[in-house]
Design a protein around this ligand. Structure first.
Ligand code: HDD
Length: 698
């Protein structure tokens, strides 16, 4: 188990005062009165009416009646964790923000990951953007970096946000579909609002299907400003780079997981932290001097644009580690309140019109969601920096403000709290001059070049997945003109893409390209280049029946566990199976309670009797076939290989040597030699996306 404070436990110490344990306690009312019976109402006689004077009944029911608060209007479904941020390289040349300049500091954080469109109880693995919101509890006050796992956004101006969200959310009459963009209103919005095209490419890509919150990138999206001690500003884009690389699930798999385990990503985050395999990210910045503001072929203020990493490299200057699960989901993950306006000295905004609207929205939404202006006092939101001001009263005020003066200037409290002084926030003094107009800047007009850049940068398998995603989504649209409208837009991104999508959704393919593809690429955009092969926290299923080779189970299981994977033994029934050598193998769970989609890989040990039983068990055959179709690593030894053949998996027969590897299918005779290491390597590669699999039904 790693260090859970990262060297600074100020936030945890603060929370300690609010932690309430049931251990050794007696049940009381909210007034602290011990209760003699909480199972029976006070009534007039055994079969008589309940009595009004039963204060315990009334209090218990009343509190229950008021347990719910409004869910977030977007990002309602989320999961959170505490952690810490460490800076490795000072950015003092660019900013006065202490947590970005003092490399001796550790900054406590709370992070909330989320999906966007679904309700609070919706499934984790839907096709959607993921929120990646970080609250840094710095000594200068809270800094909130409220980002996503995609570096651009659907719209350029916040005034379009309600339109966009109405289009993507379930339709108003039926409230269908839940947590899905695959419906007419979203695609109608898209075809009529071409600024969405770049983000739609990201949304249709595998980025929308993260395997784990520990395996996705994060982006601040907007261009912000860093401001140094001399008042000089530098444009900045913020990045999170996951230590485990960027990896995704297969689309078919995500849909099945949504039923088998709707809490898939939430449970993954929780379990990683509980088991000490802490999610870790590098913090990076792209820095652009003010004088280079107009050096790009896009506008830095346009949130539908990236700065290609090849053009401005990401400087990795810090590390974020998530190492502590919350005590209470509601108190912490639900009540955490992020706001882009929570900045510290040395960090400032730009005139990005999306950013500007967000600066209004977050505080506003917390007021309705958390029921009044005192939500910053909630334990998860409270800064570790001292808070002193003249804000008073309001619902749920928990501070006991002393003194007679709640105004500035005053003489009665000695003029305190005093204004200004070292470390106080000063807004960047940007010169602004202009007419009051409602008009989108011409510099925001190119909606396609970067969508094309994204498409050009994809590997073949990523392109295949994107085409499949467009076909799926448009295939769910009832209106032909919407399908046609989107294909027309896609033709401006890439002709070949538009043709492939059109062919799948019964729309006349465009005859010739609307615009020529510029041919540029940005390799950093491809997940094929964002891998970091590791088996840490990966889940491996070992399929056994009576007669399984226990030595192979142990040897392969040990190799995987040592490399950081979680190994589970699955059999037709829970309990134990008899091993070939007469011993017993303990079963982790019955196969019927899980499914292959909940694992990263599957291993079938040898043992004639076991292999035969598994080959005759439809669940086991399907388990292996499905894992194969989802391009997962599959290992089989000796007689266990028969199960693979039964599942229709080709290319597993022995050739001249002992093993045959076919894009992640590892087979061998006996668990000795290189087999365990080869399987670990195949699992670490995440998925074998180029595998030929169309012939296997699953
Ligand atoms: Fe937002 C929540 C990220 C545009 C208005 N947003 C919210 C959350 C994330 C983002 C991660 C969840 C925070 C949490 O976990 O509590 N939002 C983004 C990003 C955007 C973006 C990266 C574009 C770059 N958002 C955006 C716009 C508006 C909003 C343009 C409104 C004008 N967002 C909200 C909100 C939410 C929110 C309504 C809902 C719940 C909340 O704030 O606390 O204010």
């Amino acid at each position: 188990m790693g260090d859970r404070t990262g060297g600074d436990d100020r936030k945890q110490q603060q929370l300690d005062h609010r932690r309430v344990s049931p251990e050794g306690a007696r049940l009381t009312t909210d007034q602290g009165l011990r209760v003699d019976d909480t199972d029976n109402s006070l009534s007039a006689g055994e079969r008589g009416p309940s009595l009004m004077e039963d204060f315990h009944l009334r209090e218990k029911i009343t509190h229950f009646d008021h347990e719910r608060i409004p869910e977030r209007v977007v990002h309602a479904r989320g999961s959170g964790a505490y952690g810490h941020f460490r800076l490795h390289e000072s950015l003092a040349e660019y900013t006065t923000a202490e947590f970005l300049t003092d490399t001796s500091l550790t900054t406590p954080v709370f992070v909330r990951f989320s999906t966007v469109a679904g309700s609070r109880g919706s499934a984790d693995t839907v096709r959607d953007v993921r929120g990646f919101a970080t609250k840094f509890y710095t000594r200068q006050g809270n800094f909130d970096l409220v980002g996503n796992n995609m570096p651009v956004f659907f719209i350029q101006d916040g005034i379009k946000f309600p339109d966009f969200v109405h289009a993507v959310k379930p339709e108003p009459a039926s409230e269908i579909p839940q947590a899905s963009s695959a419906h007419d209103t979203l695609w109608d919005f898209v075809q009529l609002q071409p600024e969405t095209m770049h983000m739609m490419m990201w949304l249709m890509s595998d980025r929308a299907l993260p395997r784990s919150y520990a395996m996705m990138e994060g982006f601040g999206v907007h261009t912000f400003r860093l401001v140094n001690a001399q008042g000089r500003a530098t444009f900045v884009k913020f990045h999170w780079k996951p230590r485990l690389g960027t990896h995704s699930l297969a689309w078919d798999e995500t849909q099945k997981i949504a039923g088998k385990n709707p809490d898939f990503n939430r449970a993954d985050l929780w379990e990683r932290i509980e088991s000490g395999v802490f999610p870790e990210y590098e913090f990076g910045v792209q820095l652009v001097p003010e004088e280079d503001e107009h050096a790009f072929d896009f506008d830095l203020l346009d949130p539908t644009k990236i700065i290609p990493e090849e053009q401005v490299p990401v400087r990795r200057v810090g590390t974020l580690v998530l190492d502590r699960n919350p005590d209470n989901f509601f108190a912490e993950t639900e009540q955490v309140a992020f706001h882009l306006g929570n900045v510290v000295p040395g960090i400032d905004f730009t005139n990005d019109p999306l950013l500007q609207a967000r600066l209004f929205s977050y505080l506003d939404t917390q007021l309705i969601r958390l029921g009044g202006p005192n939500f910053p006092q909630l334990p998860v939101n409270r800064p570790v920096a001292p808070v002193r001001n003249h804000h008073r009263d309001g619902y749920h005020q928990t501070d006991l403000h002393q003194g007679r003066a709640s105004y500035h200037k005053n003489s009665l409290s000695g003029g305190c709290p005093a204004v200004g002084g070292e470390g106080s926030y000063t807004h960047y003094q940007e010169r602004v001059d202009g007419h009051k107009i409602r008009k989108r800047s011409e510099s925001f007009a190119d909606h396609y070049s970067q969508a094309t850049l994204f498409w050009n940068s994809m590997s073949d398998w990523e392109k295949e997945h994107i085409v499949g995603a467009f076909r799926f989504e448009l295939g769910k649209c009832d209106h032909r003109h919407i399908r046609e409208g989107v294909v027309e837009q896609l033709d401006r991104v890439d002709h070949d893409l538009a043709v492939q999508v059109a062919e799948g959704v019964g729309v006349e393919p465009p005859r010739k390209a609307a615009t020529a593809n510029h041919g540029r690429t940005s390799p950093a955009l491809s997940q094929a280049n964002a891998r970091a092969d590791s088996v840490q926290g990966r889940k491996i299923a070992v399929l056994v029946a009576d007669g399984a080779d226990s030595a192979a189970v142990a040897a392969v299981g040990d190799a995987l566990t040592e490399a950081g994977a979680v190994v589970e033994i699955l059999a037709a029934k829970d309990g134990f199976v008899q091993a070939a050598n007469g011993g017993q193998i303990e079963v982790t769970r019955a196969m019927s309670t899980v499914a292959s989609v909940l694992y990263d890989a599957v291993f079938v040990p040898g043992g004639e009797q076991s292999a035969q039983a598994l080959a005759g068990d439809g669940d086991a055959v399907h388990f292996v076939a499905e894992a194969f179709v989802h391009c997962k690593a599959i290992g089989a030894l000796d007689a266990g290989i028969g199960l693979l053949e039964r599942a229709g998996i080709d290319g597993v027969r022995f050739s001249d040597g002992d093993t045959v590897s076919d894009a992640g299918v590892v087979t061998g005779r006996g668990a000795g030699g290189g087999f365990p290491a080869e399987l670990v390597e195949a699992v670490a590669a995440h998925r074998h996306w180029t595998r030929k699999k169309a012939h296997v039904p699953a």
